[in-house]
Design a protein around this ligand. Sequence first.
Ligand code: MG
Length: 404
Amino acid sequence: MNSAPDESLNKTTQRPVNISILGSTGSIGKNVLDVVRMRPDRFSVVAISAATNAELLLRQAAEFRPKYCALIDENLINSSFANEFKGLGCALLYGKEGYKFIASLDEADVVVSSMVGASGLIPTISAVQAGKRVALANKESLVIAGEILIELTQRHNAMIIPVDSEHSAIFQCLNGENKSDVRNIILTASGGPFWEWTKEQMAKITVEDALNHPNWQMGRKITIDSATMMNKGLEVVEARWLFGIEAHKIRVLIHRESIVHSMVSFKDGSIIAQMGRPDMRIPIAYALTWPRRIELNIDAPALYDIGGLNFYQPDFERFPLIKLGLEAAKRGGIMPVSMNAANEMAVDAFLNKKITFLNIAEVVLKTVEKMDGNTCSTIDEVLYYDGLSRIYADEIIYNLSKRQ
Ligand code: MG
């Protein structure tokens, strides 16, 4: 059910794939650059960008010598950084327009969308409207505007290839398959650091506890999302749009070892799974080179050392945000928008020690309830209700923080 290979990328056997990165200083962006470091013969970086981390962006520019760099923070226009970028022969662009420019660069074969949160939506749309192949790590854009984004992708002859490890796994399991043969999509989840904790223990979780993920090294926002398991809730919605699969066919299974990255079960009773070490460079490289694979100096999991692979049903009582994600995938419209916006606000408040760990789910559930009844079907409406949900979430956070 994966569509035909992008013609422009068939040339990749002759020359390196030109990559433009929306968000190169975050965890995924750094991993993308690491893949380039591993295979400089296959990849070339034409543009990099950051929200505010000009210092790291400059170091990346010095190493990878992209033609363009972009910074969201326009306060840095007159800083000493501007001249240093110029000295490297790199054009420095600013603000949303700068991001829009590098998202739609003629020279880019692949645009990596790796910003964090709903702010990744507009740059991702720019890349799609330019008909690009988009390696998508920014799951929030599919969560809040999946239907619109997929419609735009088809209209502009663009392509979205998932970077998220679960979705990359499903994408690989669906190679050459027919959508009508799919019985279920099974998203695996590590369960995060608190899978075995009781609700009483969970009431005392600190920021440091939550940032300590057992299997994956990731950015702060997604690490907290993995601990609350909102990440899996978001990924259910992401899968629903990415694969055009009905929400009731999506399942979640806890798999503590993080070796099976997800599975697809078919109508004949077969299950196809994709396995690998928990290393983001594997799905990143796959998104950059699909439908081919390249040699990477990464070992396959030693299954005899791991010994056993275990699977459990999710616990919706201790992790209500998985269930909320399943429901949001079914209902669509306003629900995923308000769920995502409230979660971004709540995670930020938790990281800043304004609310407790269990308060995160409370903020999300209450905001979703408050926003229920609204409808949104255009990008402007999505952005409007995203903003409104943040105002409601902020109010709930303020009231909870007073109780601390
Ligand atoms: Mg994931």
